[in-house]
Design a protein around this ligand. Structure first.
Ligand code: NAI
Ligand code: MG
Length: 393
C-alpha cells in the first residue's frame, strides 16, 4: 500500500502544543505515514498578509489529508495594527484560514462525535429519585459546513436590486418602512445537493457504526423552505435504510432534550448554524473543549481538527497544561477516514483506560482555573496526559 502523507497544520497558540502530542500517539499506535508541515495562521498574516499561504493550499491539493491544530483570529482593527509595517495600506484583508480551507476544498461535511468516557468528572450527570445517574452519551453530529446562515451572503443597507427582489415576497411588507442603513440581512441558503450529501453521509455512518437512529435537527415548522428541504430529502434517503429510524427535532427543543435524555440520540444532522449550536451543546455533556474533536470532509480532501481555538493565554506555559485529548481524538477520526480503524480503536481504548483510572487528569478535568499553578495542584501536563495514553496502548 502507498504510504500516506499527512499535511500537519499546527497553526497558532495551543495548536502548536496539542498537534505534536497527537503525532506521538499516532506513531506509538504504529501508524506509518509521512508528514509535511503546512504554514497557516497569525504569523503568516503578520509577515505575508495571508494566514493561508498558497503553498499550504498546494500541499493539501497534493496530499488531500490535513491534521490541523488551531488558529488565532482577531478583530479587524487589531489585525490591521499587527500587520507588518511593510504591508500596511496595501489592501490586505484578514480572512480566517480555517473558513478559507472549508470553502476552497468544499469541505461540506463536518462530523463532530460527542462520546462520554466513563469516570470523566466533566460528564453530564442527572438527578434521579434514588440518587444520581450518568447516562452514556454517544452522539455523532453531522453539520453541513459550507452553506446556510454562514454562507456569507449578507448586507447591511442592501443594494436596491436586492431590496426590490425581496419586496416581491409578501412578508417583506413588514420591513417596508425600515431605512436601508437600518436593515441587516443574512441569507440562509440551502442547496438540495448539499442537503442530500450530509444526510446520505449521516445514514451511511449510522449503518456502518451501528447507530439506530438519525435525527434531523432543524425547524421546518417556522423556517419552512430551508429546513423543509432538509426534511424532505431525509425522508427520501431514509427509505434506503429501513433498519435506521428517522427522527425529527426542532433545534430549540433539542437543546432542552439534550440536557434531559442525551442517551436517546445517535446520529444527528443539521444545517450549518444549528449544527454548530447542537454540537457545542452535546460537547458540553462529554467534557467540553478538551474532548471535542471534528472532521471536515469534502469530495477529495479532508481536514481533522479539535473544535477548540488557540487559547493564547496558555500558549507559552512550560510545561503546557491544555488537554491534548480533543486533538488526539481528531487524529483518530483521521485514522478512521484512511481505513486504519483498528489503530483508532486502540487509541480510544487507551484514552478510556486513562480516564477510567482517574490518576492522570489535565486541569480542565479537575475543574481548576487554568494557569501555571495547576501543575502544583496535581494536574497532569499535556505531555504527561499523552504519555499516560501511550503507556496504555
Ligand atoms: P479557545 O477554544 O481558544 O479557548 C477558550 C477556553 O477554553 C480556553 O481559555 C481554555 O480555558 C479552554 N480550552 C480550550 N482548549 C482547551 C484544551 N485543549 N484543554 C483545556 N482547556 C481548553 O476559544 P477563545 O478563547 O474564544 O479563542 C481564542 C482564539 O482562538 C481566538 O483568536 C479565536 O478566534 C480562535 N479560535 C479558533 C478556532 C479554530 O482554530 N478552529 C475555533 C475557536 C476559536
Ligand atoms: Mg462553534
Amino acid at each position: 500500500m502507498k504510504k500516506i502523507t499527512v499535511v500537519t497544520l499546527p497553526g497558532d497558540g495551543i495548536g502548536k502544543v496539542v498537534l505534536p502530542e497527537a503525532l506521538r500517539v499516532l506513531e506509538a499506535a504504529g501508524f506509518q505515514a509521512d508528514y509535511v508541515h503546512g504554514d497557516i495562521g497569525w504569523d503568516f498574516w503578520i509577515s505575508e498578509g495571508n494566514a493561508l499561504p498558497q503553498r499550504t493550499i498546494d500541499l493539501l491539493e497534493k496530499h488531500k489529508l490535513g491534521l490541523f491544530g488551531a488558529i488565532t483570529s482577531k478583530p479587524k482593527p487589531q489585525a490591521m495594527a499587527e500587520l507588518s509595517p511593510a504591508l500596511q495600506g496595501k489592501g490586505y484583508v484578514y480572512y480566517s484560514p480555517i473558513v478559507g480551507l472549508r470553502q476552497h476544498f468544499d469541505l461540506d461535511l463536518c462530523i463532530r462525535p460527542c462520546q462520554s468516557f466513563p469516570n470523566n468528572p466533566l460528564n453530564f450527570i442527572r438527578r434521579e429519585s434514588d440518587g444520581i445517574s450518568e447516562p452514556k452519551v454517544d452522539v455523532v453530529i453531522f453539520r453541513q459546513n459550507t452553506e446556510g446562515l454562514y454562507s456569507g451572503v449578507e448586507w447591511t443597507d442592501p443594494p436596491a436590486g436586492v431590496r426590490q427582489a425581496l419586496e416581491t415576497h409578501p412578508k417583506m411588507a413588514f420591513f417596508k418602512k425600515v431605512p436601508g442603513k437600518d436593515l441587516a440581512i443574512s441569507c440562509r441558503i440551502f442547496s438540495r445537493g448539499a442537503c442530500q450529501r450530509i444526510i446520505e453521509a449521516a445514514f451511511a455512518y449510522a449503518k456502518d457504526y451501528g447507530y439506530k437512529s438519525v435525527t434531523i435537527c432543524e425547524k421546518p415548522n417556522v423556517i419552512r423552505e430551508t429546513s423543509g428541504m432538509m426534511e424532505e430529502e431525509a425522508k427520501k434517503i431514509a427509505a434506503d435504510y429501513p433498519d435506521i429510524a428517522l427522527w425529527s427535532t426542532n433545534i430549540d427543543a433539542q437543546m432542552m432534550w439534550l440536557t434531559k435524555n442525551p442517551e436517546d440520540y445517535g446520529v444527528i444532522v443539521a444545517g450549518n448554524m444549528f449544527g454548530d449550536i447542537v454540537s457545542d451543546g452535546f460537547a458540553g455533556l462529554v467534557g467540553g473543549l478538551g474532548f471535542a474533536c471534528s472532521a471536515n470532509i469534502g469530495r477529495d480532501c479532508a481536514i481533522f481538527e479539535p473544535t477548540h481555538g488557540s487559547a493564547p493565554k496558555y500558549e507559552r506555559l512550560d510545561p503546557p497544561i491544555v488537554n491534548p485529548i480533543a486533538m488526539i481524538l481528531s487524529a483518530c477520526m483521521m485514522l478512521d477516514h484512511v481505513g486504519e480503524r483498528s489503530k483508532s480503536a486502540r487509541i480510544r481504548a487507551a484514552i478510556e483506560k486513562v480516564i477510567a483510572e482517574g490518576t492522570v487528569r489535565t486541569y480542565d478535568m479537575m475543574k481548576l482555573t487554568g494557569g501555571a499553578k495547576v501543575i502544583g495542584q496535581g494536574a497532569a501536563s499535556s505531555i504527561e496526559m499523552t504519555d499516560a495514553i501511550i503507556a496504555k496502548l
